[in-house]
Design a protein around this ligand. Structure first.
Ligand code: SF4
Length: 316
């Protein structure tokens, strides 16, 4: 494995990101979870705000789930926020508030898989544990010029690479950075790549764009906006599973078929396209479960609902 050119390139070209300036496991852990399915530019402002709100493990564990979901607002895939919250409570109970150092103990935490544990462990505790996220998988497959490599083979390759590296954490960072910047999905920049001499796909990358078709289902939702000049807006908490699980929204009614009028907002999720139609009901809310909120400052709303409110110029 071409350790030296990759690490030299990384030392010069790596992006200046805040989670690279710390080896505090709490901070690294939060960054790794945030980055799992969210772009760096979206994570950056929320990362700093997170630590203003939850500066330590115990402050996170003591917070309500609603507060944690609020801090997660805009990052999407809220299941991760629930995992972080549950994991912090587990750490307080079983590890005296210290992030566990043993790899197996990390894996036992909710929301932490082998790759994330590999990252935290190598960055913070200098273990030779590889990362195998989507970027690293792509780089390894291209190096070997073999799109068919399965996860077992990739883990083996990743482990043998890291076993040759002097600094496992640095190696993981460099591999992740190479995949995220130079060896991108659609436009690998082989001319700028530090490992092009060692790569079997150099300047001749085979199609590696995922061909798996995502099935997206259309849903048509009436969003019942109850407003009161004193009480604010009436919201319900979504169930713990399903779309927007655990977040607060106005009462939603699924419409049996596509209305003829245009929705005020269409929100795309991984497997759902939500067509949102704002509706101002005339009945009162006595029969409904939920509560009034004078402002939206303290509660987590899905981005789709925020966008709908913006499109109908609703302000609280
Ligand atoms: S040479 Fe090209 S395909 Fe190979 S790792 Fe570098 S950027 Fe990716």
């Amino acid at each position: 494995m071409p350790c030296k050119p990759l690490l030299t390139w990384y030392a010069i070209h790596h992006r200046d990101l805040p989670w690279r300036k710390t080896n505090n496991p709490y901070r690294i852990w939060v960054s790794e979870i945030m980055l799992q399915q969210t772009q760096v530019k979206t994570v950056l402002p929320r990362y700093e705000r997170w630590f203003e709100r939850f500066p330590s493990m115990d402050s996170l564990a003591a917070a309500s789930l609603d507060d944690v979901l609020k801090a997660w607002e805009g990052l999407g895939y809220y299941r991760r926020a629930r995992f972080i919250h549950a994991a912090s409570q587990h750490i307080m109970t079983h590890h005296q508030g210290h992030f566990p150092q043993l790899f197996e103990e990390m894996l036992a935490l909710p929301g932490i898989g082998r790759s994330t544990a590999g990252a935290i462990s190598s960055f913070c505790f200098h273990t030779a544990t590889p990362v195998l996220d989507g970027n690293v998988k792509r780089v390894l497959k291209r190096w070997q010029r073999d799109e068919q490599l399965n996860d077992k083979q990739l883990w083996h390759l990743a482990q043998s690479a890291i076993d040759q590296a002097d600094d496992a954490g640095l190696w993981n960072q460099a591999m992740m950075e190479l995949g995220a910047t130079v060896c991108s999905v659609r436009q690998p920049d082989c001319a700028a790549c530090p490992v092009s001499e060692h790569c079997l796909s150099s300047f001749d990358v085979q199609e590696s764009i995922p061909t798996k078709k995502v099935v997206v289902k259309d849903l048509y939702w009436q969003v019942c906006v109850y407003q009161h000049h004193d009480k604010g807006i009436f919201l319900q908490q979504r169930p713990a599973t399903g779309v927007w699980a655990g977040l607060w929204t106005p009462p939603l009614i699924e419409l049996p078929k596509k209305p003829t009028k245009k929705p005020q907002h269409i929100h795309l999720l991984t497997h759902r396209r939500l067509h949102l139609y704002a509706h101002t009901p005339t009945n009162d809310v006595d029969e409904l479960e939920g509560q009034w909120f004078p402002s939206l400052d303290q509660i987590a709303l899905p981005t789709g609902i925020h966008r709908l409110f913006a499109s109908i110029h609703l302000k609280l």
